[in-house]
Unconditional design. Sequence first.
Length: 303
Amino acid sequence: MVDSAGSAFGLGLAGKQVAVLGVADETSLAWGIAEAFRQHGAVVTIGYQQRFLSRVKALLRDSPEIRGARCDVTNPAEMEAFFAAFASTRLDVLVHAIAYGPPEVFTSDPSAVSAEAFAQMLRVSAFSLGEVTRYAKPHLAEWGSVIALSYQASLRAQPFYGLMGVAKSALEGMVRYLAVELGQRRVRVNAISPGPVASLAALGIMQALLQDRSTLARQRDRVIREAYETASLRTSAAAEDLELASAIWSELQQGVATRCAIEETISKEDVAGCALFLGSDLARKITGQVVHVDCGLSSTILM
Ligand code: NAP
């Protein structure tokens, strides 16, 4: 049996050029995706910011087949240099796994967030998908694939996620508009929307909320309030915020699992599996979509 590209069914990723933006450390969804493509024989380049250079360098040392280069999506020179490296090859898959919002995005009431914080969040978390696509476009191969990372707070208000949910709504809109633009060149654009996974970004949200613990204690969402209460009881009073943030996130993941069709938590490998599919020719007629990797959370109401 053959797929629509005329090949035997299979991912067929060996030798594909893959760029993955948004690696901060080994917990990054971007790193899970980069490793998965490497394991399938793709030639992988990761993009990172200067901030966690020492952590990224350690990852690259342990995975010498993966190349790395700086790519701050607010720095045009870095984006240009990053994608110029694909001029002599081509780019088959581009993964955008980037989000940032100043702490007030998560800690303030939505009506109190400043215009500056909102603009910065949107620029990095949504607009940048269009910007990196602009730099990548001349090098994107026919039937190439662009993949972004969203979150289900794009569809329904999830208070602990603050206005970052609005950035994810904008990101999903970008996916649909870019899909039309790049469809002219037979390049597809999709998003993966995973359930909660422990990562630096996830812990960053919890640490922001811990700045004023009453913010967590009065969350309207029962799952996050209970996660905070349980984690506080289980964690020693002297624990650093990072340890408590990690414990809350872990409790949150367990609590969310109880609301899912499949009562399991999500790992970065689960997300990477979906990225492999969307990056492969098996998904060549799928574009403008948001694929939920969330054990059914977004399609289930379990009160
Ligand atoms: P992560 O490892 O912290 O990844 C976020 C990445 O964005 C970091 O590498 C961060 O770099 C990067 N970034 C921020 N500002 C940037 C800029 N100006 N230029 C370039 N990179 C920048 O966390 P993650 O959880 O894997 O997040 C990856 C994506 O998955 C994000 O879009 C996130 O919203 C999404 N997502 C995560 C979850 C989850 O539960 N973890 C669920 C659904 C969706 P620095 O750390 O150096 O700033």
